[in-house]
Ligand binder design. Sequence first.
Ligand SMILES: Cc1cc2nc3c(=O)[nH]c(=O)nc-3n(C[C@H](O)[C@H](O)[C@H](O)COP(=O)(O)OP(=O)(O)OC[C@H]3O[C@@H](n4cnc5c(N)ncnc54)[C@H](O)[C@@H]3O)c2cc1C
Length: 458
Amino acid sequence: MKYDVIIVGAGPGGIFSAYELTKIDSDLKIAIFEAGNPLEKRKCPIDGVKVKTCIKCPTCAIMNGFGGAGAFSDGKYNITNQFGGSLYEYIGKNEAIALMKYVDEINLAYGGEGTKLYSTADTKIKKMCLENGLHLLDAQVRHLGTDINYVVLENLYNYLKDKVEIFFRTPVEKVKKLDDGGYSVITESGEYECDKCIISVGRSGSKWMESVCNDLDIPTKSNRVDIGVRVELPAEIFSALTDELYESKIVYRTEKFEDLVRTFCMNPHGAVVNENTNGIVTVNGHSYEDPAKHTENTNFALLVSKHFSEPFKDSNGYGESIAKLSNMLGGGVIVQRFGDLVRGRRSNTSRIQEGYVTPTLAATPGDLSLVIPKRILDGIIEMIYALDKICPGTANDDTLLYGVEVKFYNMEVELDNNLETRNKGLFVIGDGSGVTHSLSHASASGVYVARYITGQNQ
Ligand SMILES: Cc1cc2nc3c(=O)[nH]c(=O)nc-3n(C[C@H](O)[C@H](O)[C@H](O)COP(=O)(O)OP(=O)(O)OC[C@H]3O[C@@H](n4cnc5c(N)ncnc54)[C@H](O)[C@@H]3O)c2cc1C
């Protein structure tokens, strides 16, 4: 079977590259290979009743399948170069923003119309942050919400399904370079050839991506991992921020070690959830646009970036080891009251039950100081006190901390400015490339490569 373009992975990167290719040239023969299921078959078995915690399915319904890791996400599309990836370093700042805006237009046209666009421009919050040693990063944020995000994906699937051949439950095992300059992808059900190959396998495909780079002699580097906790507190405490901005990225430099701690993935009235990456259970969060599905709590992550230097190369391995420690002690994610943490005692079930914040995730009460390195934990505690100055109540005893939240970064694949590897015709986009870490950047990278392949960018 021969295609003009084969796309590996049907996350936002893969979907938007397929979308743009079909828009530019409807004659192109395109196939997408996806390890997971179609959207409607993606179902996490955790129902809160029979199955309360992660049972480590072979392919995680949250991470794999049409829509990728973003399918059940909060659908926050951040239009900014200040976070979410370094796409601008390859294609330029203006082009990156233009593509993120284009992705936003498509999302609106495919079901997202009417959703709110938040902006940090002209906000008093920035000044308030600066007065308290905190730095608010600039961004526009389209909040689709988990429910509308799903509708957009359904509509994009309906658009693509007759124009592109989509192979579900078909993980690509190997990518081979052909003598004629094309590529062949090898799956359990057969071998498929193409002129151009776009790999967009996200975070869940990071280990596989490594093997492709080894096989095809593509240089990589990996030196960063972010480690921290997910904070959950009554939504009112953060409403000054979330009502105006929805999501705010705030950075704090700690006094003790001068480390940077930042807020990440803020979910007003949301829920804390488990995340299973390659069998390791970490914590994440999301929220719904539909007010009927709102909880009384807001959650967000506080993360500290660790950059390693020679000779250590396995930054993700370091993050995994810390997450494994929490899995070992708690059987999964650990939850602790802030008051218990600062008093140096573990939380137990009765202390959590007596607290005024009701956890939205059934996690094991425990002691995060046994899991998270002191330097990182000290930074997180310092930032909670700093946030308390702009959102009083953040440092309340009952504030819940879930651990561990780990943001794994894919190794960075060596790419030129068109996201092409040193093997001509082989492109790596989205989170799997190490260039992006977000829905908007991953999607934009897909559009960029589609335009490049069809000669629209030159
Ligand atoms: C719970 C959660 C909430 C999030 N919320 C947000 C948010 O609000 N805003 C934001 O910007 N980002 C968010 N993110 C991150 C965001 O989802 C990712 O940045 C984005 O999905 C990356 O897109 P991608 O296409 O690069 O990769 P992915 O979305 O990870 O898609 C990769 C796809 O490739 C498939 N695949 C992997 N290996 C293979 C293989 N060998 N063969 C075939 N297929 C393969 C996978 O099954 C997967 O479907 C969230 C992530 C999670 C997990």
